[in-house]
Design a protein around this ligand. Structure first.
Ligand code: NI
Length: 140
């Protein structure tokens, strides 16, 4: 019996951000976003975890060669966010409040169409060890 296998690739990046609603003042943003609304920003050591689902190729045994996934993650996402300010330095985050949820959606959109074997199944962004968001590309 053979069925779908889920393969994962993880990576790290460091970035700064500020969570805020531009329509609210600093005090109001502090109430909603807490320390993450610090007006001058702050950093996180993020992790990204990408999952690809598919059938292993009968010859290679791979769903997708993870070296390819590593390269796509680097070129399409990590290279653009690592050691950057997510509010101002990253073209695909422009105008987006850089919550863990929104980073996961943005990473999906950067990567999904480049996965040539199997299908992108999920993208997880870990902002801390205990706080993370997963996106599966589903419409609401
Ligand atoms: Ni934060």
């Amino acid at each position: 019996m053979r069925g779908t296998v889920y393969v994962y690739r993880r990576a790290h990046f460091s970035a700064s951000h500020r969570l805020f609603d531009p329509n609210l003042n600093d005090d109001q943003n502090q109430v909603i976003f807490g320390a993450c609304s610090n007006p001058n920003g702050h950093g996180h050591n993020y992790h990204i975890e990408v999952c690809i689902a598919g059938l292993p190729d009968p010859n290679t045994g791979f769903v997708i060669d993870l070296k390819k996934v590593k390269q796509i993650m680097h070129d399409r996402f990590l290279h653009k966010v690592d050691h950057k300010n997510l509010n101002v330095d990253v073209d695909f985050m422009s105008g987006i409040n850089p919550t863990t949820e929104n980073i996961a959606i943005a990473a999906w959109n950067q990567i999904a169409s480049y996965i040539s074997e199997g299908k992108l199944y999920s993208v997880r962004i870990y902002e801390t060890e205990n706080n993370f968001a997963e996106y599966r590309g589903e419409a609401s």
